[in-house]
Design a protein around this ligand. Structure first.
Ligand code: G3P
Ligand code: MG
Length: 367
């Protein structure tokens, strides 16, 4: 992407709306853009590549830092995206850093879960791949697996140093496990998480109080490249919880983040407001501050999952307006019966974005 991102145009008729795009099933299917998303997103920028309409990506997915995700999305979609425009399921884990800054925590999931957590300020974090490598035979099925999850060995460390490190990890209590993104090896991860959780963070040793457990989202299913939905983090949570509750007398305690929690929408509103404010003159910024949350007349949530995206926008209330696409989880003809959207996209996704009466108009059919 060669066009440079600069501040939002500070034209007097600045937009009174912002947009939150879900990613999987709305903007992308797997790694492929869907519904004309690159063309639609380009319309949110002026000819010189300056952002005209404040928008964010509001996804329950993750596994990479917000800056890496912004870069990758920029390449796929052909626009320049700021890290602050990417809100992922695990983004709120940033707020928990003070509680666990120096504690040993384990990060689970595809991509670079430990790097994500280090980026948020966690100083003593291990990916579950690395953590597992310190416990011989913790996964009895490992010899039968055709892939390796063993992290690269630090060539500079001596055998003695490695043995010391192994003992240090084995004797340090894990204080929290963070499921950052979708588990790659459910059997290994469920086994090792059960070990961590039922022993009070010391696998193979004793029993103790359950360490904290956080999930970045609770999506039962999501839409990727395959024609029907794929099992998501919520499905993994159900499997872990069902097994844990059969082997442990005290039920599993956990917290799930991500949509449809109303706080996610509140945070998105703040980000959109900041995005808008960063482009305006001091006078306008003052006005925005004075107007408080009324900075936007409407905030559009464009999603494909009624139970997640639409339900969340409905719960968040004013100024959110929900739009349901048919490119992802939702494949119905009419509106969803339990969680109806304010608008159901007639055609794939973002074709509604357009210009009317010389003004930017996100949803031509709505206004
Ligand atoms: O793993 C990703 C999935 O659970 C949801 O992603 O972009 O549809 O919120 P998204
Ligand atoms: Mg989706």
């Amino acid at each position: 992407v060669s066009r440079s991102f600069s501040r939002l145009s500070s034209q007097p008729d600045r937009p009174s709306f912002g947009i939150a795009f879900d990613i999987d099933g709305v903007v992308l299917l797997g790694h492929t853009p869907v519904g004309g998303s690159p063309r639609a997103l380009k319309r949110l920028y002026d000819d010189s590549g300056r952002l005209k309409i404040p928008f964010v990506f509001l996804t329950n997915g993750g596994g990479f830092s917000e800056s890496k995700r912004a870069q990758d999305l920029g390449h796929l979609l052909g626009v320049n995206i700021l890290p602050s425009q990417v809100i992922q399921g695990h983004t709120p884990f940033k707020q928990l850093v003070n509680r666990f800054e120096n504690e040993l925590v384990v990060a689970v999931g595809k991509g670079e879960p430990a790097a994500v957590m280090s980026g948020y300020g966690y100083k003593n974090v291990l990916s579950i791949d690395e953590y597992t490598s310190f416990f011989d035979a913790i996964d009895p099925l490992a010899p039968y697996k055709r892939w390796t999850t063993k992290p690269d060995i630090d060539q500079n460390s001596t055998t003695n140093e490695m043995a010391k490190r192994k003992i240090a990890v084995q004797t340090q209590r894990v204080q929290a496990a963070f499921v950052v993104s979708d588990s790659v090896d459910w059997s290994r991860d469920i086994q090792v998480l059960c070990d961590i959780l039922r022993t009070g963070g010391l696998p193979g040793r004793e029993t103790g109080k359950q360490p904290h457990l956080f999930f970045a989202n609770d999506d039962l299913e999501y839409q990727a490249t395959f024609p029907t939905e794929r099992l998501g983090m919520g499905a993994f949570r159900i499997a872990l919880e069902a097994i844990y509750n059969r082997i442990h007398p005290i039920p599993l305690a956990y917290t799930s983040y991500g949509k449809p929690n109303p706080s996610v929408y509140g945070n998105a509103e703040t980000v959109l407001k900041n995005l808008m404010a960063s482009s305006l003159s001091n006078l306008d910024v003052e006005n925005i501050t004075n107007y408080g949350n009324r900075c936007f007349k409407t905030l559009y949530m464009i999603g494909d999952n009624p139970k997640i995206d639409i339900r969340g926008a409905r719960q968040a209330g004013d100024p959110w307006f929900s739009i349901l696409t048919r490119t992802g989880v939702f494949k119905g003809k009419d509106n969803h019966s339990e969680f109806p959207a304010d608008l159901v996209s007639l055609r794939p996704c973002l074709v509604h974005l357009g210009v009317r009466n010389g003004k930017w108009n996100p949803i031509a059919t709505h206004l």
